[in-house]
Design a protein around this ligand. Structure first.
Ligand code: HEC
Length: 193
């Protein structure tokens, strides 16, 4: 009798622990990557640009936006992911909860070099940040929904977004990538298996 009682307590205690974990970034992120999301999101759901992403994040890919006239590119976009996201995506084609994506937007300068006409990053205009949230941690928050937190930051203020509503500021432009969880995965060679 005692043994049975102890076993049933064990199961319900475990269920309680799992239920608690379900409200945390840790659930889908067994490798402890929740810290990357926690580093950029406060309890109220306000987003920020991660510190040190240039040395700690993993490079996904880049985009060159053609100049309106003449040769070269007018903007360069560099996209990085929080550590662990690439490995996880290559396994099951999903970005784990808590994944942080950063897109740097640079104005360019274009010059003749020994390789040809070349545009390179010159002035940082700011960052787009997305944080994966399949659970819906911030219901009713205008910058959270459709599985992500969304925000733009001017270069002058990486801790305060100027975005007010992801549906009007972001989502319509990401519709072509809706089938791949709103992310333009075709531009990111490390995600290919
Ligand atoms: C004018 C259309 C447009 C708007 C507005 C827009 N995006 Fe994007 N976004 C794109 C396109 C297209 C790409 C990929 C190609 C590129 O960078 O030019 C992209 C790429 C990204 C990336 C890199 C990961 C990915 O999805 O491929 C992030 C992060 C991102 N956008 C976040 C945001 C956020 C957050 C907002 C709103 C604050 C936003 N975007 C608004 C069109 C847009």
């Amino acid at each position: 009798m005692r043994v049975v009682h102890a076993a049933s307590f064990g199961i319900s205690a475990m269920a309680a622990i799992i239920a608690i974990a379900g409200h945390d970034w840790t659930e889908a992120n067994a490798a402890g990557k929740e810290s990357y999301a926690e580093a950029v999101v406060d309890a109220a759901g306000n987003l920020g640009v991660p510190r040190d992403y240039r040395t700690t994040y993993q490079f996904l890919g880049s985009w060159a936006i053609a100049g309106d006239a003449g040769r070269g590119s007018k903007e360069l976009h560099a996209v990085l992911a929080s550590p662990g996201a690439i490995d996880a995506y290559r396994k099951d084609g999903q970005f784990p909860d808590g994944t942080v994506l950063v897109k740097e937007v640079f104005q360019t300068t274009t010059q003749e070099m020994t390789t040809g006409t070349v545009s390179r990053a010159q002035t940082l205009k700011g960052w787009f940040v997305m944080v994966k949230d399949s659970v819906g941690h911030h219901p009713g928050h205008a910058l959270w929904g459709d599985g992500w937190g969304w925000a733009w930051f001017d270069a002058s203020n990486p801790s305060k977004t100027t975005s007010t509503d992801y549906k009007s500021d972001c989502l319509s432009c990401h519709v072509p990538a809706q089938a791949s969880d709103w992310v333009y995965v075709d531009g990111y060679p490390p995600l290919r298996r």
